[in-house]
Design a protein around this ligand. Structure first.
Ligand SMILES: [Zn+2]
Length: 403
C-alpha cells in the first residue's frame, strides 16, 4: 500500500484498493494506522473531474520520518537527512583524507559525524527511521560487512557491528551498500522527474576511485554477489602504475580524481573547474585525455551491455562540459552499434551527492517495506523518552555515556 501511495501521490483510498487488489475496508483500516504513524498524509479532495464520489487524497507524509545517509568517501565523509517525499532536511560534507588510516580511526570519525547528524535531527524534531551507509568497496549487504575497500585499505571490516558498538543508540535498521550502486539507484529516482529520462543506463561515480552502477530496465544489476560494477579496476595499461587493488594500470589510476588533478597540475576540483573556465590549456588537455581513456573503457561496457546512456556522476558531473565531447567521440569510434544508435552521455542530476542520498533512501526503504517494525520501534522509543525525560533534562545534550 505504501508503494501504491508513493508511486501515485494524491491517490484516493479507492484508488489504493484498485491498485493493490485489497478491499476498501482493509485499505481504510491500514491507511488510518499509516496516518497515525505519520507515514501517510491525508489532504484535500482527490484531483478528479467528472461525476462520482470524491475521496480524500493520500500521499507520503513530508512530516514523517527521515532516513540518515552516511557516505564514507576516500577523502571525505558526508551525511544527509532525507524525508519520505525526498526533501533534504540537512546535508554535511567534511573533507578529510581517510586513506592509510586504520579502520578504527575512520570509524570514530564516522561515529562523530553520525552523532552530529542525529543531534541535528533532534533539534529539528525529526524522527530518524534508519541509517544507510555508502562505502567505496565490495559489501556483503546481508551482513553489512565490507569485504574489501581498496582505496581505504580495508579488508573484511564488520562495519555493521562496529557501527552498533560505536553508536549504541543507532536508530532503526542499518543498511550498508556500495557507494556506486546506491548512487545509481538515487539517480534513477531523481531522473524520473527529468524529461526523456532513461530507464537503462550506467552511472559512473568518478572520485579517487571509479565505480559504476548498472541500471537495466529500472532495476539495479549488481551481479551475483553484489560485487559488480567495479569499473575502476578495468585494466587499461597492463604495465601502468600500481593500483590500490594490487594490479597495475587500472582505469582509476589513469582517469580517477587524483589522476586528472595531477595531470592538470592543480590541488582540488574547484581549482580545476576555475582553470577550465579560464581556458587553461594544461587543464583542458588533462580533462580531454581523461575523457578519451574513460570513453574507450566505457565503449567496452556499452558493447557488452547495450545500454543507451552513460550518466556522469561524482567529480565527473562537474567536469561534464569538458569531458563529454572527447568521451562521446571515443564511444562513437568504438561502440559497434554507434552508427545505428548514438550513446547518450548526460550529467548526473545529483552529482557528488548521489551516493549519500542513495544511502538515506535505502534506510527509508526499510520503513516502506516493513512499516509495522518502524511503528513498533517508534512506540518503544517514545515510551523510553517519556520514562527518561527527567534524566535527559538533567543530562543536557542527550548523548549516550557509552559514546
Ligand atoms: Zn585496481
Amino acid at each position: 500500500m505504501l508503494d501504491a501511495i508513493a508511486s501515485a501521490p494524491g491517490v484516493s483510498r479507492a484508488g489504493v484498493a484498485a491498485r493493490t487488489g485489497l478491499t476498501k475496508a482493509t485499505v481504510s483500516t491500514v491507511v488510518d494506522r499509516l496516518v497515525t504513524a505519520s507515514l501517510v498524509r491525508e489532504h484535500g479532495q482527490e484531483r478528479r473531474s467528472g461525476p462520482g464520489r470524491r475521496g480524500t487524497s493520500l500521499s507520503l507524509s513530508p512530516d514523517g520520518p527521515c532516513g540518515l545517509g552516511v557516505e564514507i568517501g576516500v577523502d571525505y565523509l558526508a551525511t544527509c537527512l532525507v524525508g519520505l517525499t525526498g526533501e533534504v532536511r540537512g546535508e554535511w560534507t567534511r573533507h578529510r583524507d581517510n586513506r592509510d588510516l586504520p579502520p578504527e580511526q575512520v570509524l570514530s570519525r564516522v561515529a562523530d559525524a553520525l552523532a552530529e547528524a542525529l543531534a541535528d535531527a533532534r533539534r529539528q524534531d525529526v524522527t530518524v527511521a534508519g541509517v544507510g551507509v555508502a562505502v567505496p568497496g565490495l559489501v556483503d549487504t546481508a551482513s553489512g560487512r565490507v569485504t574489501v575497500a581498496p582505496n581505504l585499505g580495508w579488508q573484511d571490516v564488520d562495519l555493521a557491528a562496529e557501527m552498533h558498538t560505536r553508536t549504541p543508540e543507532l536508530p532503526g535498521q542499518l543498511v550498508v551498500g556500495n557507494e556506486a550502486n546506491l548512487a545509481a539507484v538515487a539517480e534513477l529516482h531523481a531522473l524520473r522527474h527529468e524529461p526523456a529520462s532513461p530507464s537503462s543506463f550506467v552511472h559512473v561515480s568518478g572520485e579517487i576511485g571509479i565505480g559504476a552502477g548498472i541500471v537495466l530496465d529500472g532495476t539495479l544489476f549488481d551481479g551475483l554477489h553484489g560485487f559488480g560494477g567495479e569499473l575502476g579496476h578495468f585494466p587499461v595499461q597492463p604495465r601502468g602504475p600500481r593500483c590500490s587493488c594490487g594490479a597495475r594500470g587500472c582505469l582509476e589510476r589513469l582517469a580517477g580524481k587524483d589522476a586528472v588533478l595531477d595531470r592538470a597540475g592543480v590541488d582540488d576540483v574547484d581549482a580545476l573547474v576555475a582553470a577550465l573556465d579560464a581556458g587553461d590549456s594544461t587543464a583542458r588537455a588533462a580533462v580531454r585525455a581523461v575523457g578519451r581513456v574513460l570513453g574507450s573503457t566505457l565503449s567496452a561496457v556499452v558493447n557488452l551491455l547495450d545500454v543507451p546512456t552513460i550518466v556522469l556522476g561524482g567529480v565527473y558531473a562537474r567536469l561534464h562540459p569538458w569531458l563529454s565531447e572527447p568521451l562521446s567521440a571515443e564511444l562513437g569510434d568504438r561502440v559497434v552499434g554507434a552508427p545505428r544508435r548514438r550513446v547518450e552521455v548526460r550529467r548526473s542530476v545529483l552529482g557528488g551527492e548521489a551516493a549519500v542520498r542513495g544511502a538515506a533512501a535505502a534506510a527509508l526503504r526499510t520503513v516502506l517495506t516493513d512499516p509495522d517494525a518502524y511503528v513498533l520501534r517508534a512506540r518503544q522509543a517514545e515510551s523510553r523518552t517519556t520514562s527518561s525525560v527527567g534524566s535527559r533534562m538533567d543530562g543536557g545534550n542527550g548523548s549516550s555515556p557509552a559514546s
